[in-house]
Design a protein around this ligand. Structure first.
Ligand SMILES: Nc1ncnc2c1ncn2[C@@H]1O[C@H](COP(=O)(O)OP(=O)(O)OP(=O)(O)O)[C@@H](O)[C@H]1O
Ligand SMILES: [Mg+2]
Length: 468
């Protein structure tokens, strides 16, 4: 491990000297500050692994230093020391975010032990963060239903190849997550994925965005600028909303895909690029290609592998798992105590169509967390948060078990079955045994069905054993 650096703050020169000697002997790199102002100055100019801070100092005391440093975003662990170590000071220091407390006169042994602990916690926190990042990137595509498992399988297979991928799906289904998963699962993952949203760039700038430009290529092109293709060399280029690319650009993109080389705007030189293109769209590109709105030959090039991300209403069995993931995260992010959804609320979610898919579910959870004051979110809270008439509506829009054009029969049957079972459960006030008998099903068979359809049993904590 690299040498840990410590900042020692005390107004007594003697203490600074002894602590410095003791810590240097142990291999620490030590800096000292003789008062609060000097400490704050140091802390704002460089970073330390740990700070040792005296409580009693003239002018700016240790607690105030701690408070100010934290307010400025200091995350370094701070160990307080005091000769008049009363409980109150210790408590106050802990509230302000001190990691530990040492009493004077200092024992060298205790000092080293405490600093060692503080550094260990920091190291562990760092590792947790790194692991979370790593996990977040591979398991970000949540959902244990058949559709999501199949999707993850296809994503993994696509990742190991180098062919272009076209990702289709409604808005908010997770197309960008899929693109990231492909990149991160590929041998290109050591580089950053480049991304360009083709719908967000003004038409006249898109060429320079993609291919870059030389200085003076056009008015405003003051400096040479590399394009996305060049920057994505050795990596993946994610072309989001590719269906909205202007026709002239489609032709140029096609050429790059065919030849693997780009030219900066205003440049004479051709640059070889090794870029894997992953494109996404929520448009129907087959129809667009048929009508001439999108180049058919470009479609063929992009569409070597197609991944269709299913709409959330086609995989309602994943809703509960997504809520269980989003809810605690949202409480944390919004600084709210942990909240829970009642089973009734959870089941009500299964009857909503989610036109905005996973993004809508995520936003809905955020809204519920912010608006609901109690720790339990129930059906009424949910009904209020959803668009009026979107559940039980006479339009059929919110009702399952109706014919939906373009939906596989199996999905419609699942939806109908889910709806009927939930109604039976409601009718029997959540008593699964009665509902099963009513429907003429074995109880174990009934539970199995509920599980596969993603239905949570109301009051699942009661005496009925669910593992059948
Ligand atoms: N399977 C999933 N597991 C966890 N989170 C998901 C999943 N699918 C989508 N999300 C989350 O939902 C939100 C929308 O996902 P994303 O941006 O990838 O969708 P999109 O299909 O690209 O949407 P749009 O078409 O609107 O651009 C993101 O916050 C994403 O993290
Ligand atoms: Mg997107």
């Amino acid at each position: 491990m690299a040498r840990a650096t410590v900042l020692v703050v005390d107004d007594e020169p003697n203490i600074l000297r002894t602590v410095r000697t003791a810590l240097r002997t142990e291999g620490y790199e030590v800096e000292t500050a003789e008062d609060g102002a000097a400490a704050l100055e140091r802390l704002s100019t460089r970073s330390y692994d740990v700070v040792l801070l005296d409580v009693q100092m003239p002018r700016i005391g240790g607690l105030e230093v701690l408070q100010r440093a934290r307010a400025q975003g200091l995350e370094t662990p701070v160990v307080m020391m005091s000769g008049h170590g009363t409980i109150e000071t210790a408590v106050q220091a802990t509230r302000l975010g001190a990691r530990d407390f040492l009493e004077k006169p200092l024992s060298t042994e205790k000092l080293l032990l405490t600093l060692g602990h503080a550094l260990e916690v920091t190291a562990l926190k760092g590792r947790v963060k790194a692991l979370e990042r790593a996990l977040g990137s591979t398991s970000a595509l949540l959902g244990e239903g058949t559709a999501m498992r199949e999707l993850r399988r296809v994503v993994a297979r696509a990742a190991s190849a180098s062919a272009p991928v076209l990702i289709t799906g409604e808005r908010g289904t997770g197309k960008e997550l899929v693109a990231r998963a492909i990149h991160e699962g590929s041998k290109r993952a050591k580089h950053e994925m480049e991304k360009l949203n083709c719908a967000a760039v003004p038409q006249e700038l898109i060429e320079s965005e993609l291919f870059g430009h030389e200085a003076g290529a056009f008015t405003g092109a003051v400096k040479m600028r590399k394009g996305r293709f060049e920057r994505a060399h050795g990596s993946t280029l994610f072309l989001d909303e590719v269906g909205d690319m202007p026709a002239a650009m489609q032709a140029k993109l096609l050429r790059v895909l065919q030849e693997g080389e780009v030219e900066r705007v205003g440049g004479a030189q051709t640059l070889k690029v090794d870029v894997r293109v992953v494109a996404a769209t929520n448009r129907d590109l087959i129809a667009d290609a048929a009508s001439g709105r999108f180049r058919a030959d470009l479609y063929d090039r992009l569409n070597v592998v197609t991944i269709r991300v299913p709409a959330l209403r086609e995989r309602k069995e994943d809703i509960a798992a997504l809520v269980e993931h989003f809810l605690p995260a949202s409480c944390e992010a919004n600084d709210r105590a942990r909240k829970q959804l009642t089973q009734g609320a959870m089941n009500l979610l299964l009857r909503y169509r989610f036109p905005g898919n996973v993004r809508e579910l995520k936003n809905l959870v955020d809204r519920l967390v912010i608006v609901t004051e109690r720790e339990v979110i129930d059906e009424d809270d949910l009904r209020e948060a959803l668009p009026p008439g979107s559940i039980d509506g006479a339009t059929g829009g919110g009702r399952d078990g109706v014919y939906t054009p373009g939906t596989p029969l199996k999905d419609m049957l699942d939806a109908a079955e889910r709806d009927l079972i939930m109604r039976a459960l409601e009718h029997h006030k959540g008593n699964a045994t009665h509902a099963a008998r009513d429907l003429g099903l074995e109880r174990s068979h009934f539970y199995k069905k509920m599980r596969s359809l993603g239905i949570r049993r109301p009051g699942a904590a009661d005496d009925d054993e669910e593992q059948a």
